[in-house]
Design a protein around this ligand. Structure first.
Ligand code: SF4
Ligand code: FES
Length: 257
């Protein structure tokens, strides 16, 4: 029987270093020994940073928060894949057992004009916040809690709305898309309300304003490639983009008539 302990890896890490948005940036190589296969990818980055600090070098900046796949903060392109090689997995939930001894791992920031590099692997995803802000408020009745049976919602709609609402706003869809389109993210945010009765009062303005803001932020257009959904750690489906397009078109017609 095995001891249950992981193995140790020796790795070469090619990491993107960039002082600021104004700097052109470049790859730096680092050798790291004794990386346990039980570590998460971010724990491995912590170990690399401890080594850099001990060598009086500048540690690598990267975003993270929950480290359990729910906050959407972690954001690395690992060996060319947004969030790394594991499907439906955020960078923080990726483990070093996915790699082999002697591997060279390339680590870059999410690249998109609308996500300027702040430093190293940290990008400014404020454009997503502004798209959500453009969606505005949801009208709610602030009286007593209603009986749940007062608002019947079909199981299909409830499931689709719930699935859309699992988007964590990480931006991997943008990073994976050759057009740097934010369609999957915006579509998820529009869908989660458009499918539910509570989302009806502002439905028309919400679709127009969120799509308008997405375009203003400089994201590219969607050409149905599907790389966004494949990279998405929450497996948000492309059907949401079809729904967003239909919501946008209907809202345009309604405001003109
Ligand atoms: S749609 Fe998926 S990849 Fe895009 S922001 Fe949401 S969770 Fe991240
Ligand atoms: S750190 Fe929160 S999702 Fe990765």
């Amino acid at each position: 029987m095995g001891s249950g302990k992981g193995k140790n890896l020796k790795l070469t890490l090619k990491v993107w270093r960039q002082e600021s948005a104004a700097d052109s940036g470049k790859f730096e190589s680092y050798d790291l020994d004794n990386v346990s296969t039980d570590m998460s990818f971010l724990e491995m980055m912590d170990v690399l940073n401890e080594k850099l600090v001990l060598e009086a070098k500048d540690p690598i900046e990267f975003d993270h928060d929950c480290r359990e796949g729910i906050c959407g903060m972690c954001s690395m392109v690992i060996n060319g894949n947004a969030h790394g090689p594991e499907r439906a997995t955020t960078t923080c939930q990726l483990h070093m057992r996915r790699f082999k001894d002697g591997d060279t791992i390339t680590i870059e920031p999410f690249r998109a004009k609308a996500f300027p590099v702040v430093k190293d692997l940290v990008v400014d995803r404020g454009a997503f916040d502004r798209v959500v802000q453009a969606g505005g408020y949801i009208s709610i009745n602030t009286g007593n809690a209603q009986d749940a049976n007062n608002i019947p919602i079909s199981k299909v709609d409830a499931d689709e709305a719930f699935n859309a609402a699992t988007c964590i706003g990480c931006g991997a869809c943008v990073a994976a898309c050759p057009n740097a389109s934010a369609s999957l993210f915006t579509a998820a945010k529009i869908s989660q309300f458009a499918l539910l009765p509570q989302g009806q009062p502002e439905r028309v303005e919400r679709a127009l304003n969120m799509v308008g803001q997405m375009d203003k932020e400089g994201f590219g257009g969607c050409t149905n490639i599907g790389a966004c959904s494949r990279a998405c750690p929450k497996e948000i489906s492309l059907e949401n983009i079809a729904r967003m397009n239909s919501e946008y078109l209907c809202s345009t017609v309604k405001t003109k008539s």
